[in-house]
Write a protein that binds this ligand. Structure first.
Ligand code: SF4
Length: 81
């Protein structure tokens, strides 16, 4: 789960990260499955900027982070390269 890797010592992640309340299935869907629900949840999450920053800095390749899919993060990395 994302919150374990972002800030394990900070309990506020757990109360603020909406993915912690919904489960990981939305955020790590089977290949070809929709990420729409994960992105909708990210859109309401206060941690979105920090989560996306973490994923980009740590080159997270799988799942939805900070509201962006794997492909979208890859495109963002390439655009900023
Ligand atoms: S932005 Fe999305 S993936 Fe990141 S902590 Fe929030 S709900 Fe979880």
């Amino acid at each position: 789960m994302h919150i374990d890797t972002i800030a394990p010592a900070d309990p506020t992640w757990q109360t603020q990260a909406l993915c912690a309340q919904t489960g990981a299935d939305f955020f790590f869907p089977e290949p070809g499955s929709s990420v729409r629900e994960a992105k909708r949840i990210c859109g309401m999450c206060e941690l979105r900027p920090a989560c996306l920053d973490y994923a980009l800095r740590n080159d997270e390749r799988f799942g939805v982070w900070g509201g962006l899919s794997e492909k979208e993060r890859l495109a963002l990395r390439r655009a900023n390269a």
